[in-house]
Write a protein that binds this ligand. Structure first.
Ligand code: ADP
Ligand code: MG
Length: 659
């Protein structure tokens, strides 16, 4: 451990940011807002919070470091705790949705931007923090933008001179420093937003990277990535490979193909270790990414855009860039409301450059773009901020709780008027605001739950219906980051057979509940490997189920704090469960047409029930669903039948409009 610590400290000293440490601290000490720009891997995220802590600038307060992604927050906190020779949750902690490691000793806390926005609800001045570091600011997530706006006004209050406020105040005693960090050079906008704040640049270490494009476009990018990887593996000198893919499914499919293909290589070829890296990856598997590959073995990391700037992986010499990413996009419904969905789409020039840069951190590198040079030239320069393209209902609800109005806030980029109107309508239909747009008691209760508004609505409704136990179980599975059922193409029949056991005649939500109940029995009787084995046999995703258990525990805790009895149960009666779900999913309802298809209650679309649903070959008068899948048809996935006596209640919503 002693030698390991020494080598970690040696690594720290060699980071590019080390040489600028004193100058940087002087700037932070002298300015309320500092903007720090530096190449990925220069040491911003891991070092700056430690510098601030050690310099005493943070005083008695805590330092918050925000990250757009959960896995970045947890893995960076773990790393920094190690650098401080402690374990995570002590001096260095983290707090992300449904997971927290911190204590009274915590001074540096890595948090998701969403968590810090949530903390505002309980502490509108963020008074526990003396320094807030907004990291990865260039990603411009919706929550980051909300924070940038709120931090600006919080700082005005907390840093105001005591006499300007009359009788002294917390202000003078508890000033706030803001540090904004980013890997891209587009800093001017941040500086302008914060009254021309000082911008500081850290020089990074970047070696030349040779970039290759394909001659023709590659529609099957997973296959193209595999071929390119094996060309590198057989023809090129040692060095690890980083492959950028859009999402978890592509990563898992490429992981499989690489392993299959590798088995066929000649016995004397060097080995391959494949390491996936995506948002839902369990913490235990993250460490593998940072440890060097064994002798004569090439490491191949399959990552989403998380490896673009948030997490620096050492040892990369080759980058393969599919040119794709997943992006949250708002899909408008004609009814004037809408929802977010994740779409695979082309990256931006700025992302393509970041991705290539990952090959040149330690020595010269190579980047293989699986798209043509013309395609690259046609890419947009940078992404549109989320606030301009995502659903605003959940943020709007939080702002309402803070007594703020989306329309009147000072944002770096203002949201569209239509997006605001749609969010207002959603909240109105859910009963979170009244027709004067005022927050209701119901809305306040919903905001306390760390869930999307429609799911929060179902949980609140479950109190009345007496089925909180059941609704929390269902909502936890729906909020997990991976899917419950594996779609096995190889063993389709066996998978369908296994699934039939859990089927409930009312549809997929009660089916989920049946799965959760069976799983709970297994958890009580089996150890971890027994559970895994059971899940595998049932074609269930054990990762989803164990994550859902953590979420469930958190939601139960929140209920206790709200004074809600989470134990209230309806036993085997599905009616109360469906009644609660209907309250949350009114906007996701559809009615049977004479021709056997379903027409949306609040929208023009004709939808079909997804083949994976237990209702897929049934006809029921009305359905509610979790999401729509757009292929050649529009499919409703996660479907339940609306009980007959609730149909009238649902239909009423069609004509409800905000005043
Ligand atoms: P920046 O924020 O400027 O991109 P970081 O502070 O994230 O840079 O990274 C600094 C260094 O710390 C990098 O060399 C990176 O490889 C290393 N590092 C970060 N997290 C870990 C980890 N979990 N294990 C080992 N090394 C890590
Ligand atoms: Mg960083």
């Amino acid at each position: 451990n002693g030698t390991k610590q020494a080598s970690i400290q040696e690594q720290r000293r060699e980071l590019p940011i080390t040489s600028g440490k004193d100058a940087l601290l002087d700037e932070i000490r002298d300015n309320d807002v500092t903007i720090l720009i530096g190449e990925t891997g220069s040491g911003k995220t891991t070092q700056v919070p430690q510098y601030i802590l050690e310099s005493g600038i943070s005083g008695k307060g805590m330092i918050a470091v925000t990250q757009p992604r959960k896995v970045a927050a947890t893995s960076l906190a773990t790393r920094v705790a190690t650098e401080q020779n402690t374990s995570v949750g002590g001096l260095v902690g983290y707090s992300v949705r449904f997971d927290e490691a911190s204590s009274e000793d915590t001074r540096i806390k890595y948090v998701t931007d969403g968590m810090l926005v949530r903390e505002l609800l309980g502490d509108t001045l963020l008074s526990r923090y003396s320094v807030v570091i907004v990291d990865e600011a260039h990603e411009r997530t919706l929550r980051t933008d909300l924070l940038l706006t709120n931090l600006k006004s919080i700082q005005k209050t907390r840093n105001a001179p005591a006499d300007a406020k009359g009788k002294g105040s917390v202000a003078k005693l508890n000033p706030l420093k803001i540090v904004i960090m980013s890997a891209t050079l587009d800093a001017e906008k941040f500086s302008k937003f914060y009254d021309n704040a000082k911008v500081i640049y850290v020089k990074g270490r970047q070696h030349p990277v040779t970039i290759y494009h394909t001659a023709i476009s590659q529609p099957d990018f997973v296959d193209a990535a595999m071929r390119t990887f094996f060309q590198i593996h057989t023809d090129q000198p040692p060095g690890d490979v980083l492959i950028f893919l859009p999402g978890q499914e592509d990563i898992e499919s490429l992981d499989k193909s690489i392993k299959l293909y590798a088995d066929r290589l000649p016995k004397d070829s060097s080995g391959i270790v494949v390491c996936p890296m995506y948002a839902a990856l369990p913490p235990g598997q993250q460490a593998k990414i940072f440890s060097p590959a064994p002798q004569n073995t090439r490491k191949c990391i399959l990552a989403t855009n998380i490896a673009e700037t948030s997490i620096t992986i050492p040892g990369i010499k080759y980058v393969i860039d599919t040119g794709k990413c997943k992006e949250k996009r708002y899909i408008a419904r004609d009814s004037g409301t809408g929802f977010d969905t994740l779409l695979t789409k082309d990256i931006t020039k700025s992302s393509a450059m970041q991705r290539a840069g990952r090959a040149g951190r330690e020595s010269i590198g190579f980047c293989f773009r699986l798209y043509t040079e013309e395609s690259f030239k046609a890419l947009p320069d940078s992404a549109e901020p989320e606030i301009r393209r995502c659903a605003l209902s959940s943020s709007l609800l939080q702002l309402k709780c803070l007594g703020q109005d989306l329309e009147q806030l000072d944002f770096m980029d203002k949201p569209d008027w239509e997006a605001i109107a749609s969010a207002l309508k959603t909240l109105y239909l859910l009963g979170a605001i009244d027709n004067q747009k005022h927050l209701t008691k119901l809305g306040r209760d919903m905001a306390v739950l760390p869930l999307e508004p429609h799911l929060a609505r179902a949980v609140v409704a479950s109190q009345e219906c007496g089925c909180t136990l059941e609704i929390i179980d269902i909502v936890s599975v729906l909020s997990a980051s991976s899917k419950l059922f594996f779609d096995s193409t190889d063993e389709r029949e066996a998978a369908a057979e296994a699934r039939r056991k859990f089927r409930h005649s009312s549809g997929d939500h009660m089916t989920i509940l049946n799965v959760v109940r069976s799983y709970q029995e297994i958890v009580a009787s089996e150890n971890k490997s027994g559970r895994k084995e059971w899940c595998k046999k049932q074609f269930l995703n054990d990762r989803c189920l164990s994550e859902a258990r953590d979420i469930r525990d958190q939601l139960r805790e929140v209920c206790v704090r709200m004074g809600v009895d989470w134990r209230s149960s309806c036993g085997d009666d599905e009616q109360p469960v469906l009644r609660s779900l209907v309250r949350g999913l009114v906007q996701q309802a559809a009615f049977l047409q004479p021709d056997g298809s379903y027409k949306q209650l609040m929208g023009p679309s004709i939808v079909k029930i997804h083949p994976s649903s237990s209702l897929c070959d049934k006809k029921v008068p009305a359905i509610i669903y979790d999401e729509l899948v757009y292929t050649s048809h529009i499919y409703a996935r996660g479907v339940s039948s609306v009980p007959r006596k609730l149909i009238a209640e649902v239909s009423v919503f069609k004509n409800k409009n905000i005043g």
